[in-house]
Design a protein around this ligand. Sequence first.
Ligand SMILES: [Zn+2]
Length: 216
Amino acid sequence: MSEPTEAELRAEIVRVTRAMAERGLNRGTSGNVSVRFATGMLVTPSGVAPDKLTVDGVVFVDMDGAVSADASRPSSEWRMHMGLYARRPDVNAVVHCHSRHATILACAGKPIPAMHYMVAVGGKSFVPLAPYSTFGTDALARNVAEALEGGYACLMANHGQIVAAANLDRALVIAEEVEEQAAVYWGTLAIGGPKLLDADQMGEVFVQFKGYGQAI
Ligand SMILES: [Zn+2]
């Protein structure tokens, strides 16, 4: 299969950004999407609503943060995306959003424990919580990269969630599942808390996922 072209990747970013809004993962201009490309990445611009986003509005940012003079301003969270491409050769796409239930847990300082087997879609037996830092900073980029180590998804304290995956469609699927798991966990907390799966049970889940060819 040949590498996707820049035009195809730009179109993919527009499609996935709109899909996130349609599926209720994002509202307004919050959230951002990127893919690895050439010597950097293509990322959504700052402050553009999904229905107003065009392929030309997607911004190329070089590894050192350079943006061409005629391009839009990249997402204020571009450092967080770039930090993941720099540290994770397995990652080609990143999505970040403030989906409601993931954000509720992130604001309450609660990572998602092993309370349902689909928590494993994030690559670990729990969905970790990255410590808080101001949005757009290198400190937040570092916190997120550390929390994502060995996995694909994490909550971000007092902020939202972020997913790093091999491609954009996979990242979207994981972000949607993290939001669903967050909603379920939130619900269980209202009725006495979840009954957790143990390490052996979660270990079997990972074996099953591999059997189904699911890239987790
Ligand atoms: Zn954000």
